[in-house]
Design a protein around this ligand. Structure first.
Ligand code: G3I
Length: 302
């Protein structure tokens, strides 16, 4: 196959990208995005600050712009993200305790109702674990509402849209030896044992010189899948865009039957949140980088 999406589809997987609504008027961008990818994640537009700028007043203008572009072009949509310490609107930042807990529940219900039955996977909770060696939860206003906030978010989400796969999503959890990975693993194992509704784990996979790709990523994916959840690579970018590293990541996903697919976090380097890392598959002029060919060849089986 000659595009990333079609090549991934040969094994029943998808190959997606993050889409920014502000770039949908750029035809170089939309031409590549439409041609190469068959799954879309809104880069910012489905986040809490965008969708509920005032409490109880939902705004899906920008989110729907991304959603409609994706669906009109035949792509599936990953929802990102419902409960997160970051990109909270001011009103939510100022809440705590049971008021914040209720606001989180109301937010999940409001956004999931709007997209009910339309989202393949939702990142229900994003980035809830601390970096470093503690293996602890990240301190945040949501965490301070009680350690059960994550399972409450998942139970709320399951009731709101039973058709969506419900994912926990995080970064620096690709290396099996890291404390953060082990902490996330213990949580997912506990959720599966206790019947908390979780379907998938998203590995953001922002690889850089400080947190480089390690070949034990495949072990990580296999171990999570063995708990009975699907896995996905949700925000892939690699500092310097080594073709070898990109191919390794693709082959890790292909080696794990429960790996649903791969999403890269933007189209061209100039679209990246870290443009100085040149981490993506397309140059600023829209031409294909060597890493593109490495990914395509890996998806095509070699
Ligand atoms: O919308 C405003 C615009 O009005 C203003 O003029 C402009 C001035 O700086 O800022 C715009 O908002 C920015 C927004 O992106 C849209 O471009 C924010 O400042 C900026 O902080 C925000 O960055 C996003 C970041 O999440 C915020 O946490 C990145 O685009 C987005 O790629 C990044 O994505 C995250 C994932 O959601 C979670 N995992 C990590 C990943 C990378 O940080």
């Amino acid at each position: 196959e000659s595009t990333l999406g079609a090549a991934a589809a040969q094994s029943g997987r998808y190959f997606g990208t993050a889409i920014a609504s502000g770039r949908l008027g750029d035809s170089t961008y939309t031409t590549i995005a439409n041609r190469e990818f068959n799954s879309v994640t809104a880069e910012n537009e489905m986040k809490i600050d965008a969708t509920e700028p005032q409490r109880g007043q939902f705004n899906f203008t920008a989110a729907d712009r991304v959603y409609n572009w994706a669906v009109q072009n035949g792509k599936q949509v990953r929802g990102h993200t419902l409960a997160w310490h970051s990109q909270q609107p001011g009103w939510m930042q100022s809440l705590s305790g049971s008021a914040l807990r209720q606001a989180m529940i109301g937010h999940i219900n409001g956004v999931m109702a709007h997209y009910k039955g339309k989202i393949a996977q939702w990142d229900v909770v994003n980035e809830a674990f601390a970096d470093g060696s503690s293996g602890a939860r990240r301190d945040s206003n949501l965490q301070r509402t009680g350690n059960d906030w994550i399972e409450v978010a998942f139970r709320t989400a399951r009731a709101a849209d039973p058709a969506a796969k419900l994912c926990y999503n995080d970064y620096n959890v690709e290396n099996w030896t890291w404390a953060k990975t082990q902490a996330m693993y213990a949580m997912v194992r506990d959720f599966k044992q206790r019947g908390v509704p979780i379907d998938c784990v998203g590995f953001q996979s922002h690889f850089n010189n400080d947190s480089p790709y390690n070949s034990n990523f495949r072990t990580t994916l296999q171990n999570f899948a063995a708990l009975g959840v699907d896995v996905a690579i949700t925000e892939l970018d690699i500092q310097g865009a080594s073709g070898t590293t990109y191919a390794n990541v693709v082959n890790d996903c292909l080696a794990v039957s429960r790996c649903l697919g791969i999403t890269v976090w933007g189209v061209r380097d100039s679209d990246s949140w870290r443009p100085q890392h040149s981490p993506l598959l397309f140059n600023n002029d829209g031409s294909k980088k060597p890493a593109y060919t490495s990914v395509l060849n890996a998806l095509n089986g070699g």
